[in-house]
Design a protein around this ligand. Structure first.
Ligand SMILES: [Zn+2]
Length: 423
């Protein structure tokens, strides 16, 4: 019964996002200047937007506010500069709330909640598309030392306001998987306990119910691709310490879904936040069964690869011309959407029990690694030659003298893709 009600509204929220989202570019392409434009739009439609501090590099950090209610909800995104999805989703959420104040449930949100959010807590890191701030400190390991201006600000915003709920919004590795499956964890949740002893409180149980609400809402779009984040207490991490200081935190980690772009992920976040806020003010959260959260499989890593070349005939021509057959698992580094993502060899050998997001049968090919030696951690351009060709691997200018049949570079085919087309 519950699931039907939630599914319906989740679909409505998704189409509302599709018809009216204000974030127009891929989140990974959003620079500080783009965020300012978004926030200008929010201000223009009447939202409260204010500068609350500056980054180490002197960039402005903003807070957006909606509602005048008694329950204080605090959300922050992109404390890791290369984890941008939630920043766009927050902008879309606020725009939607403000434009739909005549809807009954949004009026209720306005009257019962005050929502404050800091989108892009780490604007210097966002500019460089790196995890760390400009001091190269991980802000999410600075909750105790408070050596970063961004960490100090986050602590201050919490201490001055004592929010009752926190949303800590991140991105996780795109190869994170659900439980012991090969399914990507597109979204993972954690109700953060905030202590090492396992002491729980009502805020923690409420958060488990809210996550259950969000999980059901997202089932419409990514059923089977929702995981639970590892909950080891870390006294340096803000999510943990927020809970510890009295603001029970919900961690949302956005991963990826092969074949879907970043805008899809933004939409999922939008649906999740609004479903949670709606359930909170309508009281349906109280009736939610938190075992839905408890039953979420934990995240796994190292169970899938971006690319697997199956049974390639590898020739390390810098060592010898001898070929050997092995699977090669290749992963990509995290980059902005429009940047080429460097790849590197993750594992060589029997990968029969693993899956690749993309897999290519290389039985009929010689694989010539970058620099002539296939090594873990190294990447570059992989050359492929049909096995029937007679090649002198010792020749100096191999690529020129013997043009390869296919070339795989930066995670994609730049020549000969058709030779590896899926049957
Ligand atoms: Zn993160």
């Amino acid at each position: 019964m519950n699931s039907i009600i939630y599914a319906q509204s989740a679909k409505d929220l998704a189409s509302a996002w599709e018809n009216g989202h204000v974030s127009k570019i891929f989140p990974s392409e959003v620079r500080h200047a783009d965020l300012k434009k978004y926030l200008g739009q929010l201000k223009n439609i009447g939202l409260k937007v204010g500068e609350v501090g500056k980054s180490f590099g002197g960039r402005e950090i903003y807070q957006v506010e909606f509602g005048t209610g008694a329950t204080r909800v605090f959300m922050w995104s992109q404390m890791h500069g290369d984890e941008p999805t939630a920043t766009s989703a927050l902008v879309d959420m606020f725009a939607y709330l403000q434009k739909n104040r005549d809807k009954k449930w949004i009026k209720e949100i306005e009257e019962k909640l005050t929502i404050r959010a800091v989108p892009m807590l780490n604007p210097d890191g966002a500019e460089l598309f790196q995890r760390f701030n400009l001091q190269n400190i991980d802000i999410n390991r600075d909750a105790r030392a408070l050596a970063t201006p961004e960490g100090q600000l986050l602590k201050k915003l919490r201490d001055e306001w004592s929010p009752e709920i926190g949303f800590n919004l991140h991105n996780q590795n795109s190869l994170t998987t659900v439980g012991r499956t090969s399914r990507q964890a597109t979204i993972s949740f954690l109700a953060v306990l905030g202590n090492a002893e396992g002491k729980s409180n009502e805020g923690y149980f409420r958060n488990k119910r809210l996550i259950s609400v969000m999980k059901l809402a997202l089932d419409d779009f990514i059923k089977g691709n929702i995981g639970r984040y590892d909950d080891t207490f870390n006294p340096r991490a803000f999510g943990d310490m927020f809970s510890n200081w009295g603001t029970p935190v919900i961690l949302i980690e956005t991963g990826a879904l092969h074949g879907r772009d970043e805008m899809f992920l933004t939409k999922l976040n939008f649906v999740a936040y609004l479903s949670a806020l709606k359930a909170l003010v309508e009281g349906s959260e109280k009736k939610m069964n938190s075992s839905i959260y408890d039953n979420l499989p934990f995240n796994s890593s190292d169970r899938i690869f971006n690319v697997i070349f199956r049974q390639a005939n590898i020739i390390n021509f810098n060592e010898s011309g001898k070929s050997f057959m092995a699977d090669v698992g290749i992963n990509k580094e995290r980059r902005r959407a429009r940047m080429p993502a460097p790849t590197y060899v993750r594992e060589i050998g029997d990968l029969t029990s693993y899956n690749g997001l993309e897999e290519f049968d290389a039985r009929e090919f010689y694989l010539i690694p970058p620099g002539g030696q296939l090594r873990i951690g190294l990447g570059g351009e992989f050359l492929f030659y049909k096995k029937e060709r007679k090649i002198d691997w010792t020749i100096k200018d191999l690529k020129k003298t013997f043009p390869p049949d296919a070339v795989f570079s930066d995670g994609k085919w730049i020549k000969g893709a058709k030779l590896f087309a899926k049957k």
